[in-house]
Design a protein around this ligand. Structure first.
Ligand code: NDP
Length: 457
């Protein structure tokens, strides 16, 4: 399909871009190497000034609105969410600007030497392979710690968000980061191998699907280079009888339809204890019926189009297969064939047999799968019955139940009485097929540094 902006609300091709040639990519890697040579020596307080300046650009009201509109035009996110995303990017820039010095300072260790300590040094050029679903956030979440640690970055963004990719490069440039410290490469995925094999490139972070992750991780492994993978999820959202039902339903709706359902940490499987299942479903269905679906540039819109026609086809096929296997739609479930754009109606499916293949898949759109369970034992068992392990949300007022969820849910994060979300202060990442490594927080900055042991007698 090439590298292009295709407005998901209309299906119109707005702009297409030529991919860089192998020679152009090689020149950019050379520039990256030269930039790293200088940049790693630049004191942290200077990097901090530039990172805060990047945040200031993102915080400028007029400009952040234009950036949000661009995101919405390229991948269809409701505009209010796009505006919030730009603000969150400013937050992560400030967070690492403020904390990098503390995270990266030498750590003394008692040993048999006269002195020993751990020091943290940058690795070099890090490649970021990023998806379209949070086209700004996913990149800033990677770039803020990587650049503060003294690394330089190459971005291979998803092919449907090229203008966002170029805009992000422009932000870092304007903020003052020297030329070559952050570069966008307009390329398709077949060029990733060339980049990862280059000796200057020292690691890769990928957010995206399982096949993309497996392929990039295999390449990185063949080159003995570290990788961080943030892949899909099929997060459970468990509601127990003691839960505050009103809050649980309200959050459940938000947790499922955020980004029109295209989030790795969206709640995807709703696991309801029998005693509250009927009441929960009544409110959940009513709330889904009330959702405003439409033009993503309209500030009232809650659910926009899906990002690409392929994502729409995949979701439609999943719902059809779920229905063939016994699922019933309480709301939605049929796409309007006359509507232009990649719209899919908010859908709630019940009665899908847990053992069906499709129950194991990630639904990347506004489709909720609902299951009923008799007790906490079966809730935990069903929640963990997935190849994924990204996040989990559980709702209960019972301390013993809460402790069991915290201990027994097999996921990178557990949120009790709240929705799974990312926060610069907290580690973010998954286990099992959801990937490995952690982004954000103090942990995140150590993924791409040399944790160097220094021992002196
Ligand atoms: P992909 O995983 O294909 O795309 C993510 C990024 O990886 C893009 O930059 C893409 O480039 C690149 N990429 C894809 N394949 C390779 C490869 N073999 N080698 C190197 N880079 C590669 O996601 P899709 O857009 O196809 O979405 C498909 C599904 O992935 C979704 O339905 C969802 O389930 C999951 N997904 C999960 C995300 C998450 O947040 N965890 C984000 C996005 C998708 P290009 O665009 O040029 O193909």
């Amino acid at each position: 399909m090439g590298i292009a902006t295709i407005n998901p609300a209309t299906g119109q091709l707005e702009q297409s871009f030529n991919a860089l040639t192998a020679e152009q990519v090689a020149r950019k890697i050379d520039l990256s190497a030269a930039a790293f040579d200088q940049y790693q020596r630049i004191p942290l307080h200077q990097r901090r000034v530039w990172m805060n300046q990047a945040a200031a650009i993102l915080e400028d009201d007029g400009r952040s609105t234009a950036m949000a509109q661009l995101m919405t035009r390229e991948m269809g996110k409701p505009i209010q969410e796009a505006i919030a995303e730009v603000k969150k990017c400013a937050w992560v820039c400030h967070y690492y600007a403020d904390h990098a010095a503390e995270f990266l300072q030498d750590q003394p260790v008692q040993s048999d030497g006269s002195r020993a300590w751990i020091s943290f040094q940058p690795l070099g050029t890090i490649l970021a392979v990023m998806p379209w679903n949070f086209p700004f956030w996913q990149v800033f979440r990677f770039a803020a710690p990587a650049l503060m640690a003294g690394n330089v970055a190459l971005l291979k963004h998803a092919s449907n968000v090229p203008q966002c990719a170029l805009q992000i490069e422009a932000i870092f440039k304007e903020a003052g980061f020297p030329s070559g410290v952050f570069q966008t490469l307009l390329i398709q995925s077949d060029r990733v191998e060339q980049i990862l094999k280059h000796p200057q490139v020292q690691g890769v972070a990928l957010t995206g699907s399982e096949p993309a992750g497996a392929s990039v991780a295999a390449l990185a492994g063949s080159q003995i280079k570290p990788s961080v993978l943030e892949l899909g999820g099929s997060d459970p959202f468990i509601v127990m009888p003691s839960a505050n039902l009103e809050a649980a339903v309200k959050t459940a709706v938000k947790a499922r339809i955020l980004n029109s359902g295209q989030s790795c940490i969206a709640a995807k499987r709703f696991i309801l204890a029998e005693p509250i299942a009927e009441a929960f479903l009544d409110s959940f269905v009513a709330a889904f019926q009330d959702l405003k679906v439409g033009d993503p540039q309209d500030p009232q819109t809650q659910v926009g189009p899906l990002a690409t026609a392929d994502i729409l086809d995949t979701l439609e096929d999943q719902v059809a297969r779920a229905q063939q296997q016994g699922a019933k739609a309480l709301v939605g479930g049929i796409r309007d064939p006359h509507q232009s754009g990649n719209f899919y109606p908010p859908t709630i499916l019940v009665d899908l047999p847990v053992e069906s293949d499709v129950a194991q898949e990630e639904f990347f759109g506004p489709v909720a799968l609902v299951f009923r369970v008799s007790d906490i034992e079966s809730a935990i068992q069903l929640a963990n019955w997935t190849e994924f392990g990204l996040g989990a949300s559980a709702w209960t007022q019972d301390a013993a139940e809460r402790d069991r969820f915290v201990r027994e849910l097999v996921a990178g994060s557990v949120f009790i009485n709240g929705m799974v979300k990312s926060d610069p202060r907290l580690p973010f990442g998954g286990i099992k097929k959801s990937g490995y490594g952690r982004e954000l927080s103090q942990r995140g900055i150590y993924e791409f540094v040399n944790v160097k042991t220094v021992w002196i007698q």
